[in-house]
Design a binder for this molecule. Structure first.
Ligand code: LAG
Ligand code: CA
Length: 440
């Protein structure tokens, strides 16, 4: 089942949080494909509850592809357009639950009550007979997998009917050409239930499972490796602590910890949930730490990296601006942040693609807030997470030449490598990165 975990030779994923299908399609063509990103991860496409908040999308009502992000035709056309631009589409997929509402009508016009979704699921398809309440104790495996996550009606993923119905939904997505699935709330389903559902589908695609690590929890990320890749949240926490705390030299060994193996991991500086947690890294974190963490994440050989592209908010629940019709190029940005276009982040995508699986080498760290390292003989990066300027002589395995600092606009700054070394001055809270794919 190698196909479920290899993200390919363009491993960088963008999570286009809350973007409509039309806006995803046009961004694939105009920027994402040309920039070298391999995949976009899009919001859940299934019919969901109505409302202003962003999180309505996480309460499915049916498997009709009619959501705030667009309809079936728009979804199908987005997949084709992105693929034509060389970009695969990963779909956020909710298998664990349906709604948390007592009753209502979904974005596609379907009526429902908490435990009745006409033509799809009734009372017997939920775990209410096992547990009639919310998860309270994460050290209790039974609760984590059978009780409700925030009152969301918990599907009986152990039953033949439910498994078949979920596989049918996945197969519908696959029939439209989808390239991968992000499995929402994977920790709340037994790993073998997910394995069974995926085994019923017509094709095996990239799978990344959301299994949020917690100390002393009953359900652990490692349990899910047979199904595909797993999102390694310990990595997100480690980057947060390092970049906000100052000591980034401690990240030296994160490809060699007691975590998910790099080849099996999907990692990110932030996702739509963590950017809403106080104290986690987000777009307005102090001292350029969000950008520097991305430079590290895209340079360092661990996991398939995702980059969140989201919008600024002052209220946690606020839905996306302009009804999700995102725009990065028109000059009318609303509050779309377009992180995937930021010079440093987009520049590092070329770096990642060029260095491929090149070994980590030439690690240099004169103090804990400053690190520099190479990737094979194709790329080199230096990150200065302190306020003062860092002037130094660096050892590198890159061939002699003049390279663009890909963190600068239009090759505005360069580095001269000669005889395995170069000298450079890196401003406080800044970085430089260069690779053999971008010479001056
Ligand atoms: C996820 N991963 O496991 C998503 O990444 C996360 O964003 C989802 O929560 C969660 N699982 C369920 O799919 C989001 C919001 C919640 C929201 C939920 C359902 O973070 O706040 O819950 O989606 O829409 C909301 C209310 C709750 C209420 C619930 C049910 O905030 O207070 O109990 O709806 O009505
Ligand atoms: Ca469950």
């Amino acid at each position: 089942l190698q196909s479920r975990r290899v993200p390919g030779d363009k491993p960088v994923i963008i999570q286009l949080f809350e973007w409509t299908w039309d806006s995803v399609a046009s961004e694939c063509t105009s920027f994402i494909g040309p920039a070298g990103y391999g995949f976009v991860q899009v919001s859940p496409p299934a019919e969901h509850v109505t409302g202003e908040a962003w999180w309505t999308d996480y309460q499915p009502v049916s498997y009709k592809l009619e959501s705030k992000r667009g309809n079936r035709e728009q979804f199908a056309s987005m997949v084709k357009t992105c693929q034509a631009a060389g970009v695969g589409v990963i779909v956020d997929t909710i298998l664990n639950h349906m709604t948390g509402a007592d009753s209502g009508t979904g974005t596609g016009g379907s009526s429902f009550t908490h435990y009745n979704y006409p033509g799809i699921y009734q009372e017997q398809d939920f775990n209410r007979d096992q547990c009639n309440g919310n998860i309270e104790d994460y050290s209790d495996r039974f609760q984590v997998q059978n009780c409700m996550l925030s009152n969301l009606a918990d599907l009986k993923t152990g039953s033949d009917y439910t498994r078949g119905r979920l596989a049918e939904y996945i197969d519908d997505l696959l029939s439209l050409g989808v390239d991968g699935l992000r499995l929402d709330a994977a920790k709340h389903m037994p790993a073998e239930d997910i394995g069974n559902i995926l085994s019923r589908t017509s094709r095996q695609v990239y799978i990344t499972q959301e299994v949020i690590y917690g100390d002393n929890e009953a359900v652990q990320p490692e349990e899910y490796l047979d199904n595909g890749a797993v999102q390694e949240f310990r990595y997100t926490y480690a980057l947060r602590d390092a970049f906000l705390g100052g000591d980034i030299a401690s990240l030296a060994d994160i490809n060699n910890r007691d975590w998910i193996n790099g080849a099996d991991a999907n990692v990110f500086v932030a996702n739509h949930d963590t950017e809403r947690i106080d104290g986690d890294l987000k777009y307005d974190s102090p001292a350029n730490s969000y950008v520097l963490a991305h430079v590290f994440s895209l340079a360092y050989p661990y996991g398939a990296p995702s980059v969140l592209s989201s919008y600024s908010f002052s209220q946690q629940d606020a839905g996306s601006p302009n009804n999700g019709q995102a725009s990065c190029s028109s000059g009318n940005y609303d509050s779309w942040l377009c992180q995937h276009r930021w010079t440093a982040i987009a520049g590092m995508v070329g770096f990642r693609n060029t260095v491929g699986s090149g070994d980590l080498n030439n690690w240099q760290s004169p103090q804990s807030s400053r690190i520099a390292f190479g990737r094979g003989s194709d790329g080199f990066v230096a990150i200065n997470n302190s306020d003062g300027e860092w002037s130094g002589e660096f050892s590198t395995s890159l061939p002699d030449g003049t390279y663009c600092n890909v963190l600068s606009e239009n090759c505005g700054s360069t580095v001269d490598v000669s005889g395995g070394s170069f000298s450079a001055t890196i401003s406080g809270r800044d970085a430089i990165a260069f690779h053999t794919g971008a010479t001056a």
